[in-house]
Ligand binder design. Structure first.
Ligand code: ZN
Length: 380
């Protein structure tokens, strides 16, 4: 049983001390910016803080209020999670509207925006109004990878909560506390490079472990141009399959829900036939969201693969330089050693750069297939 909502924030002692103090009234303010690398737990930290703000005991972790905040059902805590490539302006307007209401049950009207780095400038400007003139009971919690991901006009008005990448041993301890076998916990924590959610999935989901092995098979499949292109195609196909699977699960139910809301009957067919007034616009909006979510899912999957690949080549480089660091991919040591013997550190550095460049290209809207093919050819 959790003793405090902050218990799951492993290795974040400075941030936890700051948030505890604020929840008990010391250093409280209306706008907060949680920064930290993916998986460091910035949205968890923001959620825990929201719970602590609403809990009569400062975040006990077991009262009804704490449970509701952590489950995302508290009436005075709005969670805004951009699913697509960008946070839509319509969502930002809803945030504005909500923030100005008085709290119903809690002490604060809390709005938590995950991935605030996905706000376009005009969305940011809408949010800025809340930050500049906060309604008396409103608290805005923003999460982003780094300070540079948020407009200076916004971040200068926020209290900053920098999170650090938790150590593998801290992540392993967290997994063990949740019942994961110690050897598996240690392997998953290291392979996930401090990404808590990824570590948990690696430790508990065989399919995730299989996907990781397939990604790490890529460096060994680059013998000739044909092999490199085939490996690139496999990587992109796997990411696309993940996006398609999510779409198959969610797109149609969302269409039906919208159709029902528009009074076109429960089948959704009314939307494609005689569209009710305003229905076409709403359907277009939904399709735009779904398409953006698909793009995001595919990019996230590729990004995970690139993080694993970059770490593999970093392991190779560490071997070549005689560094004593523990490898990220302990189960790939034989492959890393073979590559370390057969190539130069300069070549390894060029490979790491190729992997990073691929990530930058995809984030910059380059066709994923082209970006990954270019990378695979550069890795040969
Ligand atoms: Zn509580």
């Amino acid at each position: 049983m959790s003793q405090s909502v902050f218990d799951t924030l492993v290795g974040q002692d400075a941030a936890v001390a700051q948030l505890r103090a604020a929840a008990s009234g010391t250093g409280m303010t209306h706008a907060w910016l949680f920064t930290g690398p993916p998986g460091s737990g910035r949205s968890n930290a923001a959620r825990a803080f929201a719970a602590a703000l609403q809990c009569p005991e400062g975040g006990c972790g077991h009262c009804e209020s704490c449970h509701q905040v952590l489950a995302g059902t508290h009436v005075d805590v709005a969670l805004v999670v951009p699913e697509g490539v960008h946070l839509l302006i319509a969502d930002a307007r809803r945030v504005m509207e909500r923030a100005s209401r008085a709290p119903v049950r809690g002490r604060w009207q809390v709005t938590l925006i995950e991935d605030a780095d996905r706000m376009e400038d005009r969305t940011s400007n809408t949010i800025l109004k809340v930050v500049e003139e906060p309604p008396p009971h409103s608290v805005l919690l923003l999460c982003a990878p780094s300070l540079d991901d948020v407009l200076p006009t916004i971040r200068s008005r926020c209290r900053l909560v920098p999170l650090v990448t938790p150590s593998p041993s801290a992540v392993a301890a967290l997994l063990e506390r949740d019942g994961v076998d110690p050897a598996m916990a240690a392997f998953a924590a290291r392979a996930a490079q401090g990404h808590i959610g990824r570590a948990r999935r690696l430790a508990t989901d065989e399919a995730t472990r299989t996907e990781r092995r397939e990604v790490l098979a890529l460096p060994g499949a680059l013998g000739n141009v044909g092999g490199a292109l085939a490996a690139a195609k496999n990587l992109v196909d796997a990411a696309k399959a993940e996006a398609d699977a999510l779409a198959a699960l969610r797109d149609e139910p969302e269409r039906e829900e919208l159709a029902t809301a528009l009074g076109a009957g429960a089948t959704g067919k009314g939307l494609t036939g005689g569209t009710p007034r305003g229905g076409a616009g709403a359907l277009k909006e939904l399709e735009k969201r779904q398409k953006s979510r698909g793009t995001r899912t595919q990019r996230d999957a590729l990004d995970r693969a690139l993080v694993d690949l970059a770490a593999f080549y970093r392991d190779v480089l560490a071997l070549q330089l005689g560094s004593a660091v523990v490898p990220v991919h302990v189960d790939m040591t034989a492959q890393a050693e073979a590559l370390a013997r057969g190539t130069s550190p300069e070549a390894t550095l060029r490979r790491i750069e190729a992997v990073l460049a691929c990530g930058t290209a995809i984030e910059g809207n380059v066709n994923p297939q082209l970006a990954v093919e270019a990378m695979a050819l550069a890795l040969r």
